[in-house]
Design a protein around this ligand. Sequence first.
Ligand code: UDP
Length: 194
Amino acid sequence: LNKVDILGVEFDYTTQQEILSILQEKIKRNKKAFIVTANPEIVMYANKDPQYMHILQFANHIIADGIGVILGSKIVRKPLPERIAGFDLMVELLSIANQEGLRVFFLGAKEQTLEQMIPKIKRDYPKLVIAGYHHGFFKGQEHKVNEMVKEAKADLVFVALGFPKQEEWIQKNLDSFEKGIFMGIGGSFDILAG
Ligand code: UDP
């Protein structure tokens, strides 16, 4: 995929359909990938925090989440084809997981949010395998959470810790996992629980 640099952040030149087929292919081959759905807030934050910018450089795919990123790409005269909302990408991946019986891990949000969300996932995506879930307030228990995710051997791991925490967690832990598509997803679990 071609990349488009906006203020130092390298976005994938891709449509939602295209990135979904790339990810499906990676899942089929048991590959690992770190996905960031970046909005203008994330681009601005990375420009103020070199450590976060450094973390973003480990991402395999940075997706343009937000019309502000599309506008930015027009300003640098490399217009990106379309906006891909992180939430929409997650929902599409859940549908694929349901069709193909993939294993999915949900990390993040409050325990109560997960208690509301998990039954809805089971209802709406009955053929998806829930490989595990854990709330996102696990200070002091990082090792336990890492082990849980490792043992779950999920095809998809959605990380809803908000930015920059979710990207920090993924980058820090990615080496210890064998496979899986790891994607920071912000407040999406709260929406799914709603
Ligand atoms: N969250 C979490 N652990 C934390 C901080 C936040 O699990 O230490 C969760 C929070 O419950 C919410 C999600 O992260 O479900 C996203 O939070 P927020 O809306 O602040 O992030 P954004 O969408 O702006 O990235």
